[in-house]
Design a protein around this ligand. Structure first.
Ligand SMILES: Cc1cc2nc3c(=O)[nH]c(=O)nc-3n(C[C@H](O)[C@H](O)[C@H](O)COP(=O)(O)O)c2cc1C
Length: 200
């Protein structure tokens, strides 16, 4: 499926068939996340793939029913320590030739400090980067004929405890994935005129 088609076909799916999703499909979805772009290539996304009935039953207390009815739920987390590895990532990027022919080529990557950010900015930055990986997964799932839904309605503390996450990990979104029970109509959207307020 072409990207354009996946973007058009994607819906938030809130009802799933009782049909297994193969490991091959799950891996393709995770690979789509892995390939996402991120600022200074920090790749702050981390995932827990939840497939066992036992864990999905336990997750029921933490979120909406339809989420745990999906055969696969991916807990999408940010690794808060990834921001500290910016210099390492920049050096890696520099070596890979990513900046060739640009002003950045001349930079001494080993001295990279990056823009100073306060805690709130760092959190937003990590979430922004993680969101790209999540949407890549959503679109990859769509192209495989699977449905998914971004979920932020969950009890963060309970989910972290249930998944026994280390302190550096914070769950950002749950992503239930499965074969859609039905494919809904496109949801309402603002018109282009409402979102493009100027063309200069
Ligand atoms: C960041 C984010 C958080 C969301 N959280 C929830 C949620 O907790 N529960 C839910 O049912 N849908 C959730 N959604 C799905 C939205 O309601 C949905 O994307 C929107 O209504 C547009 O519908 P569509 O995705 O089918 O086009 C979320 C979507 C995004 C992008």
């Amino acid at each position: 499926m072409k990207v354009k088609e996946a973007i058009k076909k994607r819906r938030s799916i809130r009802g799933f068939k009782d049909e297994k999703v193969s490991q091959e499909e799950v891996n393709q979805i995770l690979e789509a996340a892995r390939l996402a772009p991120s600022g200074t290539n920090i790749q702050p996304w981390r995932f827990v793939v939840i497939e066992s009935q036992k864990m999905r039953d336990e997750l029921k207390d933490c979120t909406l029913d339809f989420v745990v009815e999906a055969p696969v739920v991916i807990a999408c987390c940010i690794d808060k320590t990834s921001i500290q590895k910016r210099k390492r990532r920049i050096v890696e990027l520099h070596k890979s030739g990513a900046f060739k022919g640009t002003q950045l080529e001349k930079m001494d990557a080993s001295k990279y400090k990056g823009r100073k950010m306060d805690e709130a900015e760092i959190k937003t930055y990590l979430q922004l980067n993680c969101a790209i990986a999540i949407e890549n997964m959503v679109l990859q799932a769509t192209s495989l004929g699977l449905g998914s839904c971004w979920i932020m309605m969950f009890n963060k503390k309970k989910v972290s405890e249930l998944l026994e996450l280390k302190d550096n990990l914070e769950v950002m979104t749950l992503l239930p994935i499965g074969y859609p029970e039905e494919v809904p109509q496109q949801r309402p959207r603002l018109s282009l005129d409402e979102i493009v307020f100027d063309r200069i």
